[in-house]
Write a new protein. Sequence first.
Length: 73
Amino acid sequence: MGLRNCQRCGKLFSFFNYEVCRECLPEELADFDKVRSYLEKHPKATLFEIGRETGVKRSVLYRFYRSGRLSGK
Ligand SMILES: [Zn+2]
């Protein structure tokens, strides 16, 4: 447990399992849901396609991917 910068708004917050603060968490989870359901239908989609189809920012996608939460490419 410690302080981290929120990956969405940059605010310092006390870390609690997510890389974003509590204010950004609903948006973070909504983005992740969109990406996950897109990947269920299109398991071979690239990050580029996922971003285009879901409207989730590329930087957010890379973050999901780097953290191992997505199995896409
Ligand atoms: Zn935030």
